[in-house]
Design a protein around this ligand. Sequence first.
Ligand code: SAH
Length: 262
Amino acid sequence: MSVSRLFVEADLAAGIEAPLGKAQVHYLRHVMRRPDGAPLRLFNGRDGEWQAMLSGRGKKSAVAEVGERTRPQVVEPDVWLCFAPVKRARIDYIAEKATELGASVLQPVLTRHTAVERVNVERLRANAIEAAEQTERLSVPDVRKPVDLARLLAGWPDGRRLLLCDETGGGPPIAEVLGGLDDAARAAPWAIVVGPEGGFAEEELTALRRIRDVMAVGLGPRILRADTAALAALACWQALVGDWRQPTPRLSADYRTSRVTV
Ligand code: SAH
């Protein structure tokens, strides 16, 4: 039997009872058919990962009795993904895949040519949690409310580098730019910014290029859809700047067999 891995809000420590949400209890009992006493693994983005046991508290509720810690919390790359909202299936795809690829923040950005203005942040968050549970991440990206591009840039944090994916500017290739960074630049906080399906407006590109630590790059000769561009850029960033530069950790046999299969 595989071990279900769940994200919880509660602090985690040996011997405590972590509350489980209604949806989690329903999922464990009725989707996964887990009996009381079933093993779980829990993480909350702060305290590492813990073994736990499902323990019923009446018909509809249950808690997780927390046991030993299985992994300590690690520092993960600080890379935001700023993207223009797209249609439902594609934005869900961005949330899931960017979580797998290790983005720390998912920031929907409204631009002149953004076709979709309404974003269901709760649904995106649920997608991110599910992806984090599946992917052995110890954190869930912070899914933020949509913000206008001008506003985002006006409050741009000092020192956060901005990797601008620009299909119009004849910019240098992404690998050349990221491959040439020094240690200080690699250790800095980053953000990847990708435009909407209709592209950035000229004045938006001008405003983006005015940010102090901006680097405009190209992703090859083909025009990619916004979701493809976002994930391709994130993969390049992880490979050249982020945690894909480390060897993959050796995982115990337990990790290989304990994927949550829904
Ligand atoms: N300007 C185009 C398409 C925009 S593609 C149009 O008018 O239809 C959506 C976004 O993906 C772009 O804003 C850019 O951020 C990114 N993108 C797509 N292909 C790219 C490439 N080859 N290089 C860099 N960025 C790219």
